[in-house]
Design a protein. Sequence first.
Length: 451
Amino acid sequence: MNYLIKNASVVNEGKVFEADVLVAEGLIAAIGSGLESNSKASGAHIIDARGKYLIPGVIDEHVHFRDPGLTQKADIFTESRAAVAGGVTSFMDMPNTVPQTVTRQLLEEKFAMASEKSLANYSFYLGATNDNLSEVLGMDKSAVCGIKLFMGSSTGNMLVDSDGALEALFREAPCLIAAHCEDEATIRQDTARCKELVQAGQLPSDATIHPLVRSAEACYRSSSRAVELAARTGARLHIMHISTAAELSLFRNDIPLAEKRITAETCPHYLYLAQEDYAELGFGIKCNPAIKTQDDRAALRKALCSGLIDTIGTDHAPHLKEEKFTGDYFTSKSGFPSIQHSLDIMLELVREDVLTLPQVVQLMCHNPATLYGIDRRGFIREGWHADLALVDTECSKTLADATEFSKCGWTPYAGRTFHSRVTHTFVNGNLVFENGIFHDDSRGERLRFNN
């Protein structure tokens, strides 16, 4: 079906302007006024978007959909539903599944699975290990988003800790390296120290100790090492989930994004929450890297405006409630579901005058498309794929576990009120989400990259 979206406030490429948008045959056919006379508008379903913002579909470069092997928590179908409910039309999924996605054959199996299950467009990272460089070198860089490198252990324990393997990967990688940076030696040392203090009754065994175990020092040590390796070898490095003020000194904002070789991502929770929130939200917001201080949060917010941080990814990482909330600090899993409300959180920052709406679109839509070289997505342009979201910013909603679409069935933000709502989401011109209802008979497409 074709669609004529009328009277929208279009947010695109730094501007907000009133326009109609014609969606035909999966593409953005026209942008302007008086489009009813366009031949492709004949028979188009009309959507009145008056009072709403039309943005490019959000591109989430950093998710853990747990498929295959961990599907009791999440799977591609359920999490892609949560994605489109939040205006996310494309995602890039991580390799710490079961089995780990560390060969090209396993990678292609995930692509085949997504073609049958995903409502959103998709790509998958190939995971780096200490001994799979031959798999990395054989990648088709136009067909895969990048290589995921764990320089600190996290869920799935895909740590790469061989100096030789790291050096070879940075020298020879054919495409972007997306790195999780926390120094493993520092983490182990701090974990042992905190365990001793907990056993001695000098520290609580609750979520408030997480920034001590996963410290700012661990982040900076690892990120600085990755940047040094990339600068020396010429690798294309993207450091994910930046959580500290100290790490910002490693990045540049004096050249265009398309010319950068070293770039940075942060996540909505590092911008919305701070260390004080552990007292209320507990293990629900335990994640790696840890959420840190208000000063770190303030610095990250400022870095979004200055161009030191280039993209927003969610690090959506569902776990079952019993894995999160049963036991003590050392048994609680790190990670939580977040993709459904990433845009909600960023729009709260607009309400607080931290960012403008065009800046949010730049960080969540335009910049991921540019940084990864995604083919014809991330912008509202004629002839480009019709990945779009309509957003109402004049409403309020209080979140609850019962309204979560992620398979794990809970949200760390239950009880919190947000002031925006995605009303419609289009993926490749298909209306997949409309006022709380899914139209899930269509499937997303494999992302392609102009690298």
